[in-house]
Design a binder for this molecule. Structure first.
Ligand SMILES: CCCCC/C=C\C/C=C\C/C=C\C/C=C\CCCC(=O)SCCNC(=O)CCNC(=O)[C@H](O)C(C)(C)COP(=O)(O)OP(=O)(O)OC[C@H]1O[C@@H](n2cnc3c(N)ncnc32)[C@H](O)[C@@H]1OP(=O)(O)O
Length: 256
């Protein structure tokens, strides 16, 4: 147990160290938005170092991405870096979050699984190798406005009602977006409550936009709302409110 905790801690030291992130978050002279930007930048830079080999970043375009997926990707990606009047490049309001099929190379988890099987554990939404078959998505974060946007193309393996996306797959994406957003805002969290109203079905193969917003933070609680719309924003598919509770990593990784 102690060795396993040590490996997990080592993993988080690789993460640029949570303590250094927390130090940045505590800096009194910086504004909330600047601290948020710093946190996101630190996380984005640190994540690949958690892997033993260079991991694949699933949030980059691949051949399965359709025209709407590409259009929205470019819409947000073009706002990650902007040009000043003097022609210099500088950070824009949005940042693309890289996405891998595992968050921590040292975390074992899954006490009911053998060590070999545990090492094969993969993030639910990134475990299908066939591009375009299931969850194709890219997440962008806007620290200034405390919101996230996710462009999601739903593949044929996600069918629920004939020709439409399964409600559980939609919930998975909402949990992923709001959960990532809450993690960025509050550090390690778990979903305590996810309340989804399904307003109109999502056609299989289509691209939709998920937008999440911080409603409020109260102690350990982070309240986020999220809506899913068609790619041009004309149709509302779902509305969600979510509650996340801040946790210690030991709760998550060691069941303590
Ligand atoms: C550090 C890395 C950062 C990386 C950032 C960069 C990029 C981000 C990348 C990745 C992000 C990672 C993942 C994102 C992807 C997916 C997200 C998936 C998230 C999940 O898929 S996660 C799995 C499903 N999730 C569970 O499996 C939770 C099971 N559950 C529990 O583990 C406990 O239940 C827990 C911990 C939730 C709470 O337990 P606890 O003991 O800590 O707290 P306790 O019960 O004492 O409640 C304290 C106060 O919350 C209130 N409260 C509690 N529950 C409530 C409820 N449901 N509704 C309304 N209020 C509630 C109480 O009423 C009390 O309120 P008050 O203080 O006012 O009295």
């Amino acid at each position: 147990m102690a060795r396993s905790l040590g490996r997990i801690c080592k993993g988080f030291q690789c993460l640029g160290s949570l303590s250094s992130i927390q130090t940045q978050l505590r800096q009194p002279s910086t504004s909330v938005s600047v601290r948020g930007t710093t946190f996101v930048r630190t996380m984005v830079q640190a994540l690949p170092s958690l892997f033993s080999s260079k991991p694949r970043d699933f949030s980059l375009p691949n051949s399965s991405w359709g025209s709407e997926m590409m259009r929205l990707y470019e819409h947000y990606n073009s706002q990650c870096e902007v040009e000043t009047e003097g022609g210099e490049k500088q950070e824009g309001p949005w940042r693309r979050l890289p996405s891998y099929n595992r968050l921590l190379k040292y975390a074992t988890g899954g006490v009911y699984l053998s060590k070999i099987i545990q090492s094969k554990a993969r993030l639910f939404t990134r475990n299908i190798r066939d591009p375009g078959a299931a969850f194709e998505y890219v997440l962008f974060v806007n620290s200034e406005e405390q919101k996230c946007a996710c462009v999601f193309q739903a593949g044929h393996l996600l069918e629920g009602p004939p020709g439409h996306v399964h409600g559980g797959a939609i919930a998975t994406m909402i949990d992923t977006v709001t959960g990532t957003h809450a993690t960025i805002l509050s550090g390690p969290v778990m979903t305590a409550n996810l309340n989804i109203n399904y307003r109109s079905p999502i056609p299989l193969g289509s691209t939709v936009l998920l937008e999440s917003f911080l409603d409020k933070k109260e102690g350990r609680k982070t309240f986020i709302s999220c809506k899913v719309t068609s790619s041009n924003g004309s149709k509302l598919h779902t509305e969600t409110t979510a509650l996340f509770l801040s946790i210690n990593f030991s709760h998550l990784l060691l069941g303590e």
